[in-house]
Ligand binder design. Structure first.
Ligand code: HEC
Ligand code: HEC
Length: 264
């Protein structure tokens, strides 16, 4: 019996056959595993790995066209998805994101994607727009909830950030010179020209309408905004608003901030 299994005692063709069978077996197991991996790979891969594949094709000599075209298609798809999602927002925030005072919707144009995304998530998660005194935030919250996926939020934020910045009209008659003195405190976070500073989590204020700036400063001061336990950035802003004496001082700050709206 042992003699029969000893490869030395087998005919050469029999040996080759069993080797081939072994090889085939390995090969097919490998192939099967590879095929099974494909759908998994497709499920778990994101656009980054897809880029990697396109890149690999480039290296095979298919030129950069594949990569460029893939990137373009992705960009166009995202832009039109963002634009489509923005149709609803335009009612209150204006066709070009310039704001709509009659509906209390602030300008969104001029704001960077990171800030827009964060606010949309805050509204969606109830970190903003749930305080009993937050009448306007409560109008915005259900709108944020219509954006169902992170991809949709990203797309709409990128679209808004592509809109032209509009110089807001003065509605409160604040004193620019007085506002300048008060703004000393703000510039550490919001920048010398109120252009915003991502590293400090502080948004651009330049293109926000004066009435909206004053509403937000009042909201921070009274605790309508910046008191939710998860509102980390709002909690950084709130003590700053509490140093501002009154509404007139807030309007002065807004006038100074808006005087920077064209600065870049
Ligand atoms: C029914 C009117 C309405 C619609 C529609 C609406 N919003 Fe708003 N949105 C508001 C109001 C009002 C505020 C200001 C809330 C406040 O005063 O705190 C606001 C605030 C925001 C803010 C915060 C701005 C800032 O400077 O912090 C973002 C971002 C925003 N909206 C995005 C959107 C997007 C995106 C859409 C569309 C999916 C949308 N809004 C649709 C009314 C609306
Ligand atoms: C310590 C840093 C810091 C300082 C100083 C500061 N802010 Fe802010 N401010 C923030 C942060 C962070 C936010 C964003 C909060 C969020 O993401 O919800 C903010 C938000 C705001 C907003 C709301 C913007 C919007 O789009 O809704 C206004 C208005 C504002 N700040 C005005 C001021 C003014 C005026 C001063 C000076 C009196 C000032 N801030 C000083 C950090 C600061």
């Amino acid at each position: 019996m042992t003699q029969q299994n000893d490869p030395k005692n087998r005919a050469p063709d029999e040996l080759l056959c069993s080797l081939l069978l072994g090889f085939n077996c390995l090969f097919f197991t490998g192939l099967l595993a590879f095929m099974l991996m494909q759908p998994l790979k497709a499920t778990f891969s994101n656009s980054d790995t897809d880029h990697g594949d396109a890149h690999a094709a480039t290296e095979e000599g298919h030129s950069t066209d594949v990569h460029a075209a893939a990137g373009k298609v992705e960009a166009i798809t995202q832009a039109s998805a963002g634009q489509a999602a923005y149709a609803l927002c335009a009612t209150c925030h204006g066709a070009e994101g310039e704001g709509n005072a009659a509906l209390n919707g602030p300008a969104l144009a001029g704001q960077e994607p990171w800030y827009l995304k964060r606010q949309i998530h805050k509204f969606k998660d109830g970190i903003r727009g749930t305080h009993a005194g937050d009448i306007y935030g409560m109008q915005m919250r259900p709108m944020a909830m219509t954006l169902q996926s992170d991809e949709q939020i990203d797309a709409v934020a990128e679209y808004i950030a592509s809109l032209p910045v509009v110089q807001p009209a003065a509605t409160l008659g604040g004193d620019i010179a007085k506002g300048k003195a008060g703004y000393m405190l703000c510039q550490a976070c919001h920048g010398a020209d109120a252009e915003g500073n991502k590293a400090m989590n502080a948004p651009s204020l330049q293109a926000l309408p004066d009435w909206y700036i004053v509403t937000q400063l009042k909201n921070y001061k009274s605790g309508v905004r910046g008191t939710h336990a998860k509102d980390i950035e709002g909690m950084q802003m709130r003590p700053m608003a509490m140093t501002i004496a009154d509404e007139a001082a807030m309007a002065n700050l807004a006038a100074y901030i808006n005087s920077k709206a064209t600065a870049k």
